[in-house]
Design a protein around this ligand. Structure first.
Ligand SMILES: NC(=O)c1ccc[n+]([C@@H]2O[C@H](COP(=O)([O-])OP(=O)(O)OC[C@H]3O[C@@H](n4cnc5c(N)ncnc54)[C@H](O)[C@@H]3O)[C@@H](O)[C@H]2O)c1
Ligand SMILES: [Zn+2]
Ligand SMILES: [Zn+2]
Length: 348
């Protein structure tokens, strides 16, 4: 089969012929239909410091996908997942033995292995996953395949956005990347009062406007404090969603929260940085880190949000056949885009 492989410990990716993966007794074999390109995949292609520490070549990369089940292992309960099901997959493989796993808090597993990072991934014609990592789309005819392909980052957005009650609350999102924009759409859909989002990219701010944010702020030109005035806020934002990984974004967020405000932080900073802890303490701010998705409560929420009319289609801005992966990766790395999809179902 064809697969997108990090063959050697150096920059670049190769579309290679590799053996079909083996389906173990608890696994399912999935024929890949579409995949989404994530920042992680860009790090691996570029072979930056993070990739050098975390990837052992050769490795099939990729973790955002939708596909069709073509085989199930002998121990899999076919009432849970069966041949012909349309599925996406939870890309965090958990150990099942640590305290959190045993308590059913699998998203808090301390031994998580990442699909397409610590084991072979989804940028291939077929992939194998444990049946316990598969999410079956129960209403496939109503689901856009491109949206199904990005359930993994959509789940990051939902997990973060629904971490704190935001009905009737004023919400500040820092970073209008694909995940920030999806979180904004979720926050509006779920009943937030005002949703403001920041970025330094005019393209990304326009993308956020297309999902109906109340205010999109270019923080290279104006401040979040000015945005508060424009929105008629008197005491600051109630809920903050940090989705840029930038120190200055978290600092400015902290300075614009109401007392007792709650911040969920998804953005991954590349290094240590300082914040105003005095302000955090005296304003009694809650700061919560978010990693991945809750298994499988977040997945349930995603399906229900889409059934309820949440529209993510503006977030998908590029579509390529898998053979054009280099052009697709270049567009994703350029930043003037939302999510970029690779189609594995055609010979394009
Ligand atoms: N914790 C997790 O499980 C998890 C999972 C996926 C992604 N992430 C992280 O979440 C973040 C969002 O992911 P994404 O795919 O949307 O990333 P992205 O890089 O596409 O988006 C980040 C956005 O932040 C913007 N930005 C840069 N400086 C800014 C500033 N000062 N203020 C506001 N915005 C600024 C960038 O222009 C960009 O549009 C990234 O940091 C990513 O590494 C975390
Ligand atoms: Zn991802
Ligand atoms: Zn565990």
């Amino acid at each position: 089969m064809k697969a997108l492989v990090k063959e050697k410990p150096e920059a670049g990716l190769v579309l290679a012929d590799v053996p079909m993966p083996e389906t173990g007794p608890n696994d399912v074999l999935i024929k890949t239909l579409r995949t989404g390109i994530c920042g992680t995949d860009l790090h691996i292609r570029a072979w930056d410091g993070w990739a050098q520490e975390n990837i052992a070549a050769p490795r099939i990369i990729g973790h955002e996908f939708v596909g069709e089940v073509v085989e199930v292992g002998g121990s899999v309960n076919t009432q849970d997942v069966a041949v012909g099901n349309l599925v996406s997959g939870e890309g965090h493989l958990v150990c099942g033995h640590c305290r959190n796993c045993q308590a059913g808090r699998r998203h808090l597993c301390r031994n998580t292995v990442g699909l397409g990072v610590g084991r072979d991934g989804a940028f291939a014609e077929y992939l194998v996953l444990p049946a316990s990592n598969v999410w079956v789309h129960r209403n496939p005819s109503a689901l856009d395949l491109d949206v199904a392909a990005i359930f993994d980052p959509f789940g990051n957005a939902v997990h973060t956005a629904l971490s704190f009650d935001l009905v009737g609350e004023d919400v500040l999102i820092t970073g209008a990347g694909p995940i920030g924009v999806m979180a904004a759409a979720v926050a509006k859909h779920a009943g937030a009062r005002k949703v403001a989002i920041t970025d330094v990219s005019p393209y990304r701010l326009d993308l956020a406007r297309s999902v109906g944010v109340d205010l999109a702020i270019n923080v290279a030109e104006s401040s979040v404090a000015e945005a508060q005035t424009k929105l008629g806020l008197r005491e600051g934002f109630d809920v903050g969603l940090e989705m840029s990984g930038r120190p200055e974004a978290l600092r400015e967020m902290l300075a614009n929260m109401t007392n007792g405000g709650r911040i969920a932080m998804l953005g991954l900073p590349s290094e240590d940085f300082a914040i105003d802890f005095g302000r955090l303490v005296t304003s009694m701010i809650t700061l919560k880190g978010i990693y991945g998705r809750e298994m499988f409560e977040t997945w349930y929420q995603m399906s229900v949000l889409l059934e309820g009319g949440l529209d993510l289609s503006p977030v998908i801005t590029g579509r390529y056949g898998y053979r054009e992966f280099d052009a697709a990766f270049d567009e994703a790395a350029g930043g003037r885009c939302g999510k970029i999809i690779l189609d594995w179902s055609t010979e394009k």
